[in-house]
Every structure is written in C-alpha cells, then in structure tokens.
Design a protein around this ligand. Sequence first.
Ligand code: URA
Length: 229
Amino acid sequence: MERREELREIAGQLRRYLDDLAAFEGRQFPLPPSVGEAKRPPAAAAALAEFRRQICECTCCPLGKSRKNFVFGSGSPEADIMFIGEAPGAEEDRQGLPFVGAAGQLLTKIIEAMQLQREDVFICNVLKCRPPNNRDPQPGEIESCEPYLKRQIQIVRPRIICTLGRFATQALLKTSESMGRLRGRLHEYEGTPVIATYHPAALLRNPQWKRATWEDMKKLRLEYDGVVL
Ligand code: URA
C-alpha cells in the first residue's frame, strides 16, 4: 500500500514536470485580458525615442568604434516586464536589435511559454555595443554603459525585471555572488523587483538548466500578475 502511494506521488511529480516542459517548449495559451493593456501615458514612447536619439552615436568606450550598430533595445516602451541581457552578439550587432540570434529565438520561446509576446515586454542589454569576438564585457565598459540602462528603466518603469545570466545580474544588482546563489529569490533594483535566471545562450549549452529557468519564469509571472503557469 505504502509503495503504491509512493508510486502515485512519483507519477504526480512526473506529470507536473512534463507539463512544465511542454509549456516551456512553446505551448500557446490565450492571453488574460489584462495583459498588454496600456497603463502609462504614451509619453514613455516619446521619451524612449528621444533618449535613443541622444545616445545612439555613443563613443564613450572603445566598443563605440568597433560596433556595426548600436543596440538600444526593443519592445513596448510601457512594458511591465523588462528582460536584461549582457551585450549584443554578432547577429544583434548586424541587425541593431537585441536577442535576434539563436539565444534570442530561445528567449522568444520562453516569453511565449509565459503566455506573453515579445512585443509586450522590453528587451535590452547592459552593454549597447558588441564586445569583439563575444568576449566578456569589461568593468570599464559596464561602467560607461550603465547610466543608459538606468535611464531606460526609469522611462519604461517595468513592474518587474528579469536579468539574464551572471553578467547582467551582477551588473544590475552590484554583486559578485554566483548565479547559484542569485537564482531562486527575489531581488530589488531601486524599488523594482528583480528575478535572476540563466542566460538563454547558457541554456543552449546546458539544456538541463531549462527546468530551473522555467521555475524562475513561473515565479516571475506569479509575482507580476498572479498568473499560475
Ligand atoms: N546575448 C545577450 O546577452 N544579448 C543579446 O542581445 C544577444 C545575446
């Protein structure tokens, strides 16, 4: 009898695990009516466009000379959710848009699995220009680009921020803690809740981290509007 109970419990866990994976791999759900409703005046769009105009020729650090395109960010200027990555890669540099390469396609899948669309959120990076050969961002580059991210957050005023990977998380939260310690709890950036999760590029290399990432996304959605994924 006890054995049977144990098996039933294991079967339940497996069911939940498979449901999570199915959702993560892009199952579509109808949007609750409240999601995507404009909540701020269109001034945010004008302010963001003006800010972009002001900074898009930036040469404050050497990356300003090697880049093809300045990658400001994309999505809704009134987004409730902001995703912040590390820095543009080759494809992002080529197109001038964030997260449009292989990692970006996975990020889009994650957003859709959260019952959202890319257009509903705002996506940007800590660095606005591509580090050559995708090397790690250097402290001086992060320092000189940081005011841009700060201003973007002030204009968009997201209700929740999701940092993607160690660099973005450490840069925003001003910490040197590992992802292992940063994941799984709620942080705060100037009054806005922050959830840290793995970078989609890391998920491509380590698919076994997808499960944990999906747990983070469920937490994000619950914290944001109470929707249980
Ligand atoms: N990785 C990032 O951190 N940002 C991008 O825009 C693309 C890949």
